[in-house]
Design a protein around this ligand. Structure first.
Ligand SMILES: [Zn+2]
Length: 160
């Protein structure tokens, strides 16, 4: 038996430490939370993707009475981006969320496993790292690529 460790590295920023591009993207993610449709969870998530050409595409979580039919903000944004701009890599994806009281979360919002899987394939599809910014009022995590959020990931190479 041999124990192995997998490390991920991330950076914790305060908002005032971010550059104007990242501030703009975070604000787009925060604004997107107000366009969510969350009659069941009352948990509003927004995602904003900056494409390689500079375009910002946003998404928010969209729920449905048949719960599994809904979709997370991250995948809404990524699928929309890929549907509208299939030749554009995602440079950075920012995510923000508000709780049922309407307050932005204090801790950086972590994407769910399904979204991490889609983020990974989006990154691999364009063979370019996709930076991720996870917003919290007490700090913002910057992750250098989607692969870092999904150690021991399953991807197409596993099927060969
Ligand atoms: Zn998700």
């Amino acid at each position: 038996m041999r124990e192995q460790n997998i490390h991920i590295s991330l950076r914790l920023y305060q908002e005032e430490e971010l550059n104007t591009d990242d501030l703009e993207l975070l604000e787009a993610a925060r604004q997107a939370t107000y366009r969510s449709y969350t009659p069941y969870s009352h948990f509003s998530v927004g995602a904003a993707a900056r494409l390689a050409n500079g375009t910002i595409v946003t998404g928010s979580n969209q729920e449905n009475a048949a719960y599994p039919s809904g979709l997370c903000a991250e995948r809404t944004a990524l699928f929309y981006a890929n549907a509208q701009y299939p030749d554009q890599a995602i440079d950075t994806l920012a995510i923000a969320a508000r709780n049922e009281r309407g307050d932005f979360l204090s801790a950086p919002i972590p994407p769910c496993g399904a979204c991490r899987q889609v983020m990974l394939e989006t990154e691999q599809r364009f063979q370019r790292p996709m930076r991720i910014l996870l917003f919290g009022t007490k700090g913002i995590y910057e992750v250098k690529d989607a692969g870092s959020l999904l150690p021991l990931s399953f991807d197409a190479s596993a099927m060969k």
